[in-house]
Design a protein around this ligand. Structure first.
Ligand code: C2O
Ligand code: CU
Ligand code: CU
Length: 459
């Protein structure tokens, strides 16, 4: 993706035709004409204003995922940016104007202070009941926040730092994005009887918008900034050589920035919305060989994600220090002023199924949780099937999983924790930053649209 930086950024949301599958035109909804949208690069503490103009045929909402953002710029699901093509709001009529809208403009300035740890965030659509189809059609982009302490570490950089947005999609025979997509029976989960209720999967794996790309690289260390931007697909990534040997995935960062120290993985599970910052050492590999990034949870074509073709010898002065950061918050259980319990489960809603938090579907005007700015809380989460649970505004630590110590990939500061079927987890955080109305929800985008979201009011 192209890169945008600076304090004032403008993005036009518009429909384009692009060639994703070779020779096949696909209509996309985009940020700025491409999928992914432009990667925004910012510096910690340097505020950025992003003006989004909506030239799409539908209302939109922009959310900066992982951003420590004042509520008025956080992209509340009813805080719509209206389509320019609809003309003046007062003339829309015919029930098209959403009465729950907080504001209704065709251009909206989102202001991001970015007073937070350096990390890779992402921006995506967040409109009520319509996030999943909007993101599926292309409304997603990456946003990297840098700072000088991270830059002084000597990690691989420049052409050896690769932001990788992984997303599955399905295509109809005319090239259009198929939503919902392929064989619905593939998409059922045990105990759930309706198609698509488990979330929508595609059979084509895109990395930065390209199907199964092969990237020509040096025999050197690479920093992979991996984002799972899929609506519902989980991956368990590994790096495999042609002879079957696996390379280590050296994790240096989580959703919310660098770990204290690197964690070595043979494989790395990544749920929707999670990010991992990973070093892949391709200097160990002989010239001419290929390293495939494989999803152990996929089958057939969905097993492959992308590949690196190691084409040349090259100097490499990068390093991976034993200590990466010393500013990770370490909240203690004794600091928590409250413990709350939340269940993430399927339920009946009207005449269909829904996905519920604490037995309730999302309602924009109901406050589910009220907390005070600065309070430390422990949240105990329990899930029926896979639910990646995301909190807006704050990063958190995973305290336990299934009654045991967290897993190796739970290290660091997270904003999304992947609950496995039947599993419980405890997370701890301090609700600081800004007062106002925020959200927490399942980041399976279909679950989110089907009600698995709740309001969090910070007072
Ligand atoms: Cu990635 Cu509430 O969102
Ligand atoms: Cu978010
Ligand atoms: Cu879910």
């Amino acid at each position: 993706p192209s890169v945008l930086s600076g304090a004032d950024i403008e993005i036009v949301q518009r429909e384009v035709t692009a060639e994703i599958l070779p020779g096949v035109p696909t209509r996309l909804w985009t940020y700025g004409g491409t999928f992914p949208g432009p990667t925004i690069e910012s510096r910690r503490g340097h505020a950025v204003t992003v003006a989004h103009r909506n030239e799409l045929p539908v209302p939109t909402v922009v959310h900066l995922h992982g951003g420590r953002t004042p509520a008025e710029s956080d992209g509340y699901p009813t805080d719509l940016v209206l389509p320019a093509g609809w003309g003046h709001v007062g003339h829309v009529g015919h029930g098209m104007h959403d009465p729950r809208a907080v504001t209704s403009e065709v251009t909206r300035e989102y202001r991001f202070p970015l007073d937070q740890r350096a990390t890779m965030l992402w921006y995506h659509d967040h409109r009520m009941d319509f996030t999943a189809p909007a993101v599926w059609r292309g409304l997603a982009g990456m946003h990297i926040v840098r700072d000088s302490s991270e830059e002084s570490l000597g990690l691989p950089s420049g052409a050896r730092e690769l932001p990788l947005m992984i997303a599955d999609r399905a295509f109809a025979s005319d090239g259009s994005l198929a939503y919902p997509s392929i064989d619905p029976t593939l998409q059922m989960q045990p105990g759930v009887q309706e198609p698509y209720i488990a979330g929508v999967l595609g059979d084509v794996i895109l990395v930065n918008g390209a199907p199964w790309p092969v990237s020509e690289v040096d025999a050197a260390r690479y920093r992979l900034r991996i984002l799972n931007a899929s609506n519902a697909r989980h991956y368990d990534l590994e790096a495999v050589l042609d002879d079957g040997r696996r390379l280590d995935l050296v994790q240096i960062g989580a959703d919310q920035g660098l770990l204290r120290a690197p964690v070595v993985h043979r494989n790395l599970p990544i749920a929707p919305a999670e990010r991992y910052d990973v070093i892949l050492d391709l200097a160990q590999v002989s010239i001419g060989s290929r390293v495939r990034i494989v999803n152990r949870l996929g089958s057939g074509r969905t097993r492959d994600v992308m590949a690196f073709s190691v084409v040349r010898k090259a100097a490499d002065s990068s390093r991976v220090p034993d200590v990466l950061s010393d500013d990770l918050p370490e909240w203690q259980r004794s600091e928590a002023v409250r413990v709350r319990d939340f269940s993430f489960r399927a339920g009946q809603m009207g005449d269909g199924h829904g996905w519920l938090i604490g037995g309730q579907p999302f309602a924009p005007d109901r406050t589910d949780v009220t907390t005070r700015l600065g309070d430390v809380e422990i949240w105990r989460l329990v899930a029926d099937v896979h639910h990646p649970v995301h909190l807006h505004l704050v990063g958190f630590r995973v305290l336990s999983r299934g009654g045991h110590a967290p897993l190796p990939h739970d290290a660091g500061l997270k904003d999304t924790v992947s609950l496995r079927p039947g599993e419980s987890a405890e997370i701890i955080t301090r609700f600081d930053g800004y007062r106002g109305r925020y959200l927490f929800h399942c980041h399976n985008a279909e679950h989110e649209d089907m009600g698995m979201m709740a309001n969090l009011e910070i007072t």
